[in-house]
Design a protein around this ligand. Sequence first.
Ligand SMILES: *Cc1c(COP(=O)(O)O)cnc(C)c1O
Length: 426
Amino acid sequence: MADREFGFETLALHAGQIPDRETGARAAPIYQTTSFVFDSADHAASLFNLQTFGNVYTRLSNPTTAMFEERMAALEGGRAAVATASGQAAEMVALLNICQAGDHIVSSSKLYGGTHTMFAVSFPKLGIESTLVDPDDPENFRRAIRPNTKAIFSETLGNPAINMVDLEAVGAIAREAGVPFVVDNTAASPYLCRPLRHGADVVVHSATKFIGGHGTTMGGVVVESGKFPWDNGKFPSMTQPSAGYHGVRFYETFGDFGFTMKARMEVLRVFGPSLAPFNAWLLLQGLETLPVRMERHCANALGVARFLGAHPKVAWVNYPGLADNRYHALTARYMPKGAGALLSFGIRGGYDAGVRFIEGLQFVSHLANIGDAKSLVIHPASTTHRQLSEADQVKAGVPPDMVRLSIGLETLDDILWDLDQALARA
Ligand SMILES: *Cc1c(COP(=O)(O)O)cnc(C)c1O
């Protein structure tokens, strides 16, 4: 079967897993074990020398987690992947793998809140500086590059701004600068967009969202393309003997999966944000239905966007699937199968109307998450961004009247009914 290029749906069900040889189990077994018995002293030595691939300790690798990693690599069209305990951990592992004190990252300013804090507050404490740029003009990334820049970072579809970035333009700038383009593909999912085909070198996910898909499981993953030339002189830690791991030269030894091996052996192994095997299993379950869920997420979100666009209590709607949206053309190019589940709108009556709307909803749940099978809502001005002044809220792209929705898989008419009756109370 090796020379057949399987479709996304087939890979979502089968990549990385075959029926268990010992038991015949069709579903993925959960290897709920911390450690693995060595065959012999020689076997143990060769595992530690990375001469033999195998499992030692679940902080480094685990067979259930490996199935999730291989499936994610296949779905993103990448070479290899390493799973992490959360999306935040995926970003940390990917970036600490190539950045150290004295280095610099250029990132889109339209970021998930936790990522913004990582770049603006936490990485600077480690000596890693960032410049955040408006991603609407790709040239802004080029202008911010310095000799010590080690990565360009962006989200595919920004959360919560719901902006689309011109991946190929930014990827070309990264290539010219000799640094990897790292893309957070959480809001799109690999079903809607595969950034590695559009100039990205590394993809990270919060698997907590659409990949798990049911609001049950924290997880993350880092996928590498296998194509970045880590020996271009800018990444000595990829080419020189590793002080953290037996003098291994990761790029020379492992080539097109050297980045992943280094992330696993130098970052995951040392800092420890590993995915639990049970969570890997839940994320595998999520991946099996990712294609059908994303189709319905997109169809329902488009239905909601059209409904809100025509509603007298709604001032504006931001959904890139609408033809008049400023990101429509870019989204159609990079996400041809659908514009995703996220949309935001402005409610007439501002902050107070936003609060009354949220309180009036019946089954659309008020919480801080996206990508659940259930429809979710948040009013950033009264929750995630309430510490900011009104002026700073506007600057951050979350004005007081903005409501963000993550549209789920319920019957579309029921979602519209719930939104309509809550708008009436607002
Ligand atoms: C949620 C999210 C994260 C963080 O992921 P966790 O799994 O919550 O750690 C990072 N990026 C984006 C775009 C997200 O939506």
